[in-house]
Design a protein around this ligand. Sequence first.
Ligand SMILES: Nc1ncnc2c1ncn2[C@@H]1O[C@H](COP(=O)(O)OP(=O)(O)O)[C@@H](O)[C@H]1O
Ligand SMILES: [Mg+2]
Length: 435
Amino acid sequence: MDREVFQERFGMLGDSDAIRHVIDKIMQVSGTDITVLLEGESGVGKDVTARALHAMSNRKHNDLVIVNCGAIPEGIIESELFGHEKGSFTGAHESRKGYFEKADQGTIFLDEIGDTPKNVQVKLLRVLETGEFFRVGSSKVSTTDVRVIAATNQDLWQMVEEGSFREDLYYRLDTVKIKLPPLRERSEDIIPIFRKFVNEFSSKYDSVFRGFSDEARELLTSYRWPGNIRELRNVAEQLVVLEKSQYVDADTLRKYLKGRQREGIADNLPVISDPARQNFGEEYTPGGSTDQALIYRALMELQNDMSDLKKMLGRLIYTTFSGKEIRALPPAMQRSINPEDLGPQRSGEPSSSHDFSPTARFSEDDSLKMESQLKEEDEFSRFLSQEELPSIEETEKFLIQQALKKFEGNRRKASEVLGISERTLYRKLDQYDLT
Ligand SMILES: Nc1ncnc2c1ncn2[C@@H]1O[C@H](COP(=O)(O)OP(=O)(O)O)[C@@H](O)[C@H]1O
Ligand SMILES: [Mg+2]
């Protein structure tokens, strides 16, 4: 297969030397069983690459199992990866296959591998080296035949130096490393890729995009694109929908870039000539088409991140309320609890707490709990019924605050409930200025 065919087939656009180099490397290793480590910021195409590697391998007729190691609570990650035997912990009513068994004969994609707890890293090393592992609660060795692709947006070597990532596992994963460059390092790709996206969305929405002023085009290529191609794609979609048949100038474009900055305002936007416009930290004032753009953007981002948030919310509800209390919650909130996301069981909980039977009688203790649940529910609904739709960041911050409150500031427990690593929690506390 030549490069163009590959790009067409897997939707990996770009013509820069950097992306060509990456694609050549992907094609070199795709037919083999070799372990591949994908490095790159969020939105650069790690998922796309992993899927392409699998689809071009001899394993393509078997499963590609995708595991986001950063999204699984520490307490259940081992049983998620390696499975467990019946009775191995409270609530393990059935034995269950883990991801490594499900991926047998296929490929396992370990995304955000840097978030794996150290005790699990040892077990990963063993399965990578020998194909052997133990289900939780079993003393019998199991085997699996998987091709491993791992990805990270962190500097794994730095984590090795800090002691949070095992050196031996690092070397095992580092066999073939593919570094996916951020979009700003291949800025010649921005316009062509953008144009492709615009064409795609124009036909999807039956809309016409008129084009850019020179200044807007300049802004498009000099912007930092912290969200990389994912962000470029979102901006293209928004412009097609909201600036339909309009000629887009720099000011208009800036509305779609502004506010998408997560880490440091000044960092993400290029310096522009008009000094009056340089203050991008200005407060957003309601009114005008900015409103529409912001709401639309919030909805789009909400859609993208909804499932993660739903999982976080589900876990929080699940660990905060008893079975009866959960039954009393609004159906929409109950639906956010998906057993698949939760893993086996809250440790130490008798399984009777999962009795959702409506006839169960309330004790005094129950009504006290119910009262506090109602208070918390109130907080949730107050939060959700604010005049403006809360942003993903605000929602995330809110959930983090609730989790910390519930566990009286215990960060380990809070991060477990939220389904993020402690490391991520610390980063977010810092980001949101929470103590
Ligand atoms: N080279 C590329 N050309 C076109 N679209 C891309 C490219 N790389 C990534 N994308 C798109 O960008 C989005 C994010 O890609 P993804 O693989 O999920 O990134 P990551 O896993 O690194 O966060 C997806 O919609 C994907 O289809
Ligand atoms: Mg990804």
